[in-house]
Write a protein that binds this ligand. Structure first.
Ligand SMILES: NC(=O)c1ccc[n+]([C@@H]2O[C@H](COP(=O)([O-])OP(=O)(O)OC[C@H]3O[C@@H](n4cnc5c(N)ncnc54)[C@H](OP(=O)(O)O)[C@@H]3O)[C@@H](O)[C@H]2O)c1
Length: 258
């Protein structure tokens, strides 16, 4: 007889890879999936921060493996996937990939430079696409799996406070939906989660200040915590295998635009 899962351990037996897990949405997603029984492989560049996420999970009885790496480098992504497949506690496999690593960039095209453009595109678009393609190949072989890409509401409606960054999220939205169409016949689900404004380290990294951001959102009221996005990700992952929530937008209630 099949062993019943504890009701609150809905992801028991699953292994999830989460990039950008050293803070914000990625961290919250890793903690939430681990709490619900998943073995989680967390990745980001900051070693200490990542190790702390893993040790927080382990301290609560969860399974976690930290692999430091830069999501914009294909060699680091290859290493992340290889190490995951070697991880005994994770069952030497993976079932869920949350492609979350990314950075914002305040303002539009005039106010940003080439270096920033490259960093945004190499991480948010090319790095994410590379991870999704690698995971897709693995999942096609195994006829199952979930790929969740983190887009943005500014990847649906462009906004002057982050127009260039928004363009990278438009691209990832297109890549995600295209990939979904390519691989749905293999039983692999692909989802795009588009958060509205979430309070995290994102704003500081993007370079938002009073003039280019905070004044414009002052009327929106209470913004989101990363947990709101983590909960949305978990919700779409627990749908029956024939249900693919291919797009999910989660905004603060008071966010009228974008
Ligand atoms: N916050 C928002 O309002 C918002 C809204 C819509 C969408 N999003 C998207 O949500 C995702 C997570 O953002 P967040 O709000 O959680 O921001 P955050 O707190 O700044 O977290 C970003 C995460 O990505 C990692 N990261 C950034 N560049 C990386 C790289 N080159 N290689 C590996 N890891 C990298 C960071 O870790 P290290 O620095 O340690 O590498 C960190 O763990 C991003 O894709 C972002 O675009 C955020």
């Amino acid at each position: 007889m099949a062993r019943q899962k504890e009701p609150n351990k809905i992801f028991a037996g699953k292994t999830a890879i989460i990039t950008g897990a050293s803070s914000g949405i990625g961290r919250a997603t890793a903690l939430t999936l681990a709490k619900a029984g998943a073995a989680v492989v967390v990745s980001a560049r900051r070693k200490d921060r990542l190790a702390k996420v893993a040790s927080d999970i382990q301290a609560k009885g969860g399974k976690a493996l930290a692999i430091t790496g830069d999501a914009s480098l294909t060699s680091d992504t290859d290493r992340l996937l290889e190490k995951t497949l070697e991880w005994k506690e994770g069952g030497r496999k993976y079932d869920i990939v949350v492609a979350n690593a990314g950075r914002g960039l305040a303002g539009g095209t005039l106010s940003s430079d080439n270096f920033q453009w490259e960093e945004v595109y190499n991480t948010n678009v090319l790095g994410t696409a590379y991870l999704m393609r690698s995971a897709a190949k693995y999942f096609i072989e195994h006829k199952r799996g979930d790929i969740v890409a983190i887009g943005s509401v500014v990847g649906r409606n462009i906004s002057p406070f982050s127009a260039f960054y928004g363009s990278s999220k438009f691209a990832i939205g297109a890549i995600t939906e295209g990939l979904r169409q390519e691989i749905c016949k293999y039983g692999v689900r692909v989802s795009l989660v588009m958060p509205g404004i979430v309070v995290s380290e994102f704003q500081k990294v993007a370079g938002y200040n009073e003039d280019n951001f905070y004044k414009g959102i002052a009327h929106m009221g209470k913004l989101l915590e990363p947990q709101a996005i983590a909960d949305g990700i978990c919700w779409l992952l627990i749908q029956p295998p024939n249900v693919n929530v291919s797009e999910l937008i989660i905004r603060p209630t008071g966010q009228n635009y974008p």
